[in-house]
Design a protein around this ligand. Sequence first.
Ligand SMILES: [Zn+2]
Length: 266
Amino acid sequence: MQNYNIGIYSHTNEMPPGFDIYFNYLKDVTGEIAKPVKHSHNIISCFADNKTAKQNPELVAYSGKNRALRSEDKTLYCDWICHSHDKYSSGLLKLIRETDKSNVAGVHLDSITMPGPDYCVCDRCQAKMRDLNLSFYEFRMNETTNFVKQISKITQKELSITLYPDPFYQERYGIDIAALSKYIDYFLIPLYDISYQSLYWLDILAHAFAKRLTNPFYIMLYAKNINLENLKNAARLVSKYTKNIIISYDNDKAAEINKMIRIFNN
Ligand SMILES: [Zn+2]
């Protein structure tokens, strides 16, 4: 049995040899859709979609004060679509159905959450909340879980989702870990930093997720423009809590980490 699973997460469709698992974008937050990448886990940005937000502003999520656009909410890194627009969700389901028919290893769902703790209170969501007789928190978790449940029925391939990197208060973003665990094969948790110079928080979060989750999970480390020694220290640290590690956005550094972990493990 293999001890470690080391993978890469990439915007390109490159799959350099020697890794255990590959994640490549089929649809990213720009809203552009590429062709399915064979033998890879195809990443689909679900509700973060800059292109759709620009073309169809009526689909954008609403907090009661502003819309979920970078121009109106400075905490956002992209523009977000509301979960309650059936036509938009159907488009995602269609894309996943088509991807499933290709020779892909899996489907990875990114940005399935709400854009932030105050979203979405648009008229459509308010009406749905009333019809279902759910509280704001329940409604948001219900939307996210149902979406993932629907997808689990239409794909036979491995299914994974990105988990917002907060082990304790996932409901803030509309995530019910226990409910989602039933429909997916594993979680990917981005514990991203732009330097990894201090690692105490990485230790705390990796430890907390290891305690909290019952499903398998991968911890993702951000590699672009990161000092290699710092990245190695971060990878060594998270390897105390999981044997599943993904290195994002720099395949050369990922190869170095892959080599280090395998030597370290033998
Ligand atoms: Zn809404």
